[in-house]
Design a protein around this ligand. Sequence first.
Ligand code: ATP
Length: 227
Amino acid sequence: MPETIVKLEDVAVFQNENLVLQNIDLEVKKGEFVYIIGKTGSGKSSFMKTLYADIPLKQGNGQVADFDLRKLEEKNIPYLRRKLGIVFQDFKLLPDRNVNNNLLFVLKATGWTDPSKMNAKIEEVLDKVGMKSKGFKYPHELSGGEQQRIAIARALLNDPELILADEPTGNLDPQTSVEVMKVLQEINQNGRTIIMATHDYALILKYPHKTLKCDGSKVFEVVQKAV
Ligand SMILES: Nc1ncnc2c1ncn2[C@@H]1O[C@H](COP(=O)(O)OP(=O)(O)OP(=O)(O)O)[C@@H](O)[C@H]1O
């Protein structure tokens, strides 16, 4: 039986005091790829934020990568985040340093010290996203698709149990979106679990996976139909 990476039981998601989603039951097993879809404002980002403990879980039970979200103390959030790779729509690379140093910054911040191990890791993750030769480029010297690949490489640095991608193709044109999506597919085929929030129905049809829809404060599975 594959290991359970995410388990939610009767979870409610709040933004401050406002209820955004309720009665969420979900189990995600190791190796799955799950889409979260829904209209603007339906709660996709709030749902993702709950999974990475940016929004505290106040109602229901939630487990992510062996962390109990209900009991998670503020001081332990960094330990949960080390088991996650988070990818955002706007890449969030540090503009004042090159790709290698962006990745080095994360490794050092998460406790790595051995320079040769760090260099080997950086080379490994850049290779996984097809960007091995771009380590000396600054973010502004890269296209949006390339920046997102670097952000995915950064998410892979600590061998995460789960990748959370919130609209990772939201700032990219359709062709570049497909290229970034291929990278995520490859990573998933190598056994990595991925939850991806998206608006992009073309991608969902091209790369079908289990799909959950946020609508009217509920989250439910939808069956994809080819059009
Ligand atoms: N920081 C915040 N404080 C209060 N309410 C918020 C905050 N962020 C979002 N909301 C509200 O929570 C609800 C869900 O927003 P959320 O950003 O999760 O939706 P979304 O589906 O990700 O939308 P989009 O596709 O536009 O990113 C919306 O009604 C929004 O107005």
